[in-house]
Write a protein that binds this ligand. Structure first.
Ligand code: NAG
Ligand code: NAG
Ligand code: NAG
Ligand code: NAG
Ligand code: NAG
Ligand code: NAG
Ligand code: NAG
Ligand code: ZN
Length: 484
């Protein structure tokens, strides 16, 4: 009898804890370069890549920095449209340098990130963000249902366990989860992309990929969940002899500056626009390893100029070169991570033009809505929003992506989701009768539970007391040397 009750209960769980809507998890491993697969250190990722659909790489947006690209993934828009023009920018109205924060992600209140668009359709659609950059903030006055702020101390397995709890929540099962991991980026900045440390982190990322799959299977979610794995940008190694002091080419006090190696956004004070440009231009010719652009001359395909946050002047180091901040940060890294700084020390850098192949992110996907054992041509980061809305069966939103680039990823037969089919697959016909009784019981239970009006946050706190603390440490690693 006890056994029967347990079976009954677990069946209820299976039936009622999973969304009726298509389920999608978007996983981003920060700075996982498209060709890190060549290291042979990620066999689990390699296996999943081959099993589903992949592209050799993604074409990301300018600048190839973390926050602009994560927001392009989430909105399908270029940086000039969503307004996250760098990991920092100078706010010329408020006269302050803006870093990760509410303002950064709210250039235009009409812009709807995918997690919000999913929930906007109602009908019990719920989204979650596991540390996704920018998703901790409310949009149009509403928080996403499940949100974990950035916390590099949070164990990776626990991040996965938390996601599973969102997907299987008895009251509000999530059908979309944005899952961010800050590696290999954080350590790559200090150790460079070719380091032993990064090799170790690639293995750790491979393990967490396997753990996610394992947990999806364990909770009977594997066949119903679409998992997209990708990154925001790649990395190149830069050595100290290639650090350039650009400050020497600008008169102190005549400009404001934001951004980090390899691109600085320069906001000249009134009347100094031409002087600064001219002196930087002269410096660029003299030094030979960085370029200076005026807003009017930004390459068109950067889609970067049509925004008041875009700087009037942009300094871009050549590939393999870095700027002033690295001169200061390199010794900081050496001290913090306890290594000896030499001319051969390597530091990881990204932010160059997206046409530089080392800046390319990876893309792979698997699940009921995804073609099996299939490869597609490289496509654009801004196309992903259309892929998400297709998978989630959501209406289209005007964006900068192209539907034509992603249709080939979708399987012809989209996954059908119904309680009946899950049960037959899961438990077989014998238990169906038992189940019908359970369903009635469950409906009663759910009604009672809803009446308890436990808020999601309170419920989560109960479940994971350690992980929900109040201090906002979003992108803490940025606040060390400012980068991500
Ligand atoms: C979003 O959540 C935060 C922290 O949990 C809370 O302080 C804030 O009031 C919420 N905002 C809205 C609009 O619900
Ligand atoms: C990855 O998992 C394997 C097998 O469980 C384990 O031996 C290895 O230590 C893990 N590697 C890392 C870097 O976590
Ligand atoms: C760059 O050069 C200027 C002027 O020579 C100097 O004041 C500044 O300290 C240098 N910056 C760094 C990071 O070395
Ligand atoms: C640069 O100018 C600021 C004020 O605009 C001043 O506080 C700072 O000391 C100056 N730095 C140098 C190196 O002259
Ligand atoms: C990349 O684009 C820049 C301008 O946007 C151009 O100067 C450069 O030659 C291009 N590089 C490659 C490798 O295509
Ligand atoms: C750094 O250099 C010092 C002096 O040469 C040496 O004693 C020490 O072992 C080195 N540390 C590392 C981490 O290589
Ligand atoms: C990008 O999409 C936005 C929103 O639809 C639109 O306003 C903008 O013109 C588009 N930009 C380009 C370059 O197509
Ligand atoms: Zn990044």
């Amino acid at each position: 009898m006890i056994f029967k009750i347990i079976v009954l209960f677990s069946l209820l769980n299976i039936v009622y804890s999973i969304s009726n809507h298509p389920i999608l998890i978007v996983v981003s491993y920060d700075a996982f370069r498209y060709n890190f697969f060549d290291t042979k250190l990620v066999p689990n990722m390699e296996r999943l890549k081959k099993a589903g659909t992949y592209a050799d790489y993604l074409i990301n947006v300018f600048p190839t920095k973390t926050f602009p690209n994560h927001h392009s993934i989430a909105t399908g828009l270029y940086a000039e449209v969503h307004g996250v023009v760098g990991n920092s920018y100078f706010d010329q109205k408020k006269h302050i340098k803006q870093k990760m924060g509410f303002d950064m992600f709210h250039y235009n209140e009409d812009i709807i990130p995918i997690w919000r668009w999913n929930e906007d359709q109602g009908d019990d659609r719920y989204s979650g963000s596991m540390m996704w950059p920018g998703a901790i903030y409310p949009y149009q006055g509403k928080n996403v249902t499940y949100r974990q702020e950035f916390d590099p101390e949070m164990d990776w397995n626990k991040r996965v366990d938390t996601i599973i709890s969102w997907l299987t929540d008895p009251n509000k099962p999530a059908n979309l989860v944005m899952f961010y991991i800050e590696e290999p980026d954080t350590h790559a900045h200090a150790f460079g992309p070719n380091s032993e440390k990064i090799r170790e982190l690639l293995q750790k990322l491979d393990n967490i990929t396997a753990y996610l799959e394992e947990q999806l299977e364990k909770h009977n979610l594997a066949d119903k969940t679409n998992v997209i794995q990708l990154s925001d940008h790649g990395l190149v190694a830069v050595k100290p002899p290639n650090f350039i002091n650009t400050t020497q080419y600008m008169t102190n006090g005549t400009y404001n500056k934001a951004g980090s190696t390899p691109c600085f956004q320069i906001y000249p004070k009134e009347g100094y626009e031409q002087t600064i440009y001219d002196s930087l231009k002269a410096g660029s010719i003299k030094n030979g390893h960085f370029k200076v652009y005026q807003k009017k001359n930004y390459p068109k395909n950067w889609y970067y100029k049509k925004n008041p946050r875009s700087p009037p002047i942009l300094i871009m180091a050549d590939v393999g070169y870095g700027l002033d901040d690295l001169i200061i940060n390199a010794p900081w890294y050496a001290k913090h991570y306890k290594f000896n700084l030499t001319d051969d020390s390597e530091f990881g850098v990204h932010g160059y033009d997206y046409n530089v192949s080392d800046m390319h992110p990876f893309f792979m996907a698997r699940g009921p809505k995804i073609k099996k054992q299939h490869k597609v041509a490289p496509f654009h980061t801004v196309d992903l929003y259309n892929l998400f809305t297709e998978i989630l069966e959501l209406p289209q939103v005007p964006n900068n992506g192209s539907m034509g680039n992603i249709v080939d990823i979708l399987s012809d037969k989209p996954g059908r989701y119904s309680i009946g089919s899950i049960l037959i697959v899961t438990v077989g016909g014998v238990l169906i009768a038992l189940l019908l009784i359970s369903v009635a019981a469950a409906v009663a239970l759910i009604i009672i539970k809803r009446q308890q009006t436990i808020t999601t946050a309170a419920a989560l706190n109960k479940r994971f007391p350690q992980t929900f603390h109040n201090n906002i440490i979003e992108a803490q690693h940025l606040l060390e040397p400012e980068d991500a």
